[in-house]
Ligand binder design. Sequence first.
Ligand code: ADP
Ligand code: MG
Length: 246
Amino acid sequence: MAVRPILEIAGLYKSYDETPVLEGIDLKVFEEELVFLIGPSGSGKSTLLRCCNLLETPQSGAIMLRGKNIEARPSQLNQTRQRIGMVFQSFNLYPHLSVQANITIALRLVQKKTKEQANEIALEHLDKVGLKHKADSRATSLSGGQQQRVAIARALALKPEVMLFDEPTSALDPELVMDVLNVMRDMKQDGMTMMVVSHEMRFAEEAADRVVFMDGGKILEQGAPSQIFHHPQHERTRSFVSRLGD
Ligand code: ADP
Ligand code: MG
């Protein structure tokens, strides 16, 4: 029996004005897979993730979640964003709200949970990222690493089928990076399907099932982490990988 991808990107084109940014991306992400996206700055990695989360509209191509096109219709937008969660470099928490309220707000407004249900779900997910004791703190009183773990808990509380990460540790002090990667490692172990843009190559080597190298809006090469990092086939991949860790 053929395995069906959870997320399938087919023939995706995106340009800003006349400038092409994605030039025909085809990518399938399978159940419980962790796909790592790497490539030079400006190669279109963020744009690709943003298209999957309906933050950008491609000119052509399709994005399918479990075989059905994702839809930007207002009535479907919230539902799609619950099913495809996204975590950004800059956390994007509501600064004036408590940690717990950051998580309960979508549960209450979008999923129509009662206050009690929402609180319970929020605490359960805060516990998973080791921050239950911070539930009543103001979001901005937390460290960057803690805020990012809250952002992850917030996305997970909506029970997504796929999680997208756009450089989740790039804004963090080095000593806080590992806490966030540990949460992502736990998610992988719990069977979450993930697509991750990150420069954390050691994490990729250990946790990724597949590494995809993008350059100039195209996928140039993909394969197992050991292949891409140690035996890249394409000259551009080779030169990119050789500069990592400088
Ligand atoms: P990456 O995440 O790989 O660094 P991006 O997807 O952010 O790449 O950007 C790809 C290209 O698209 C870059 O040249 C960038 O300048 C351009 N771009 C991204 N967002 C916009 C936008 N909103 N308007 C115009 N150009 C953009
Ligand atoms: Mg980017």
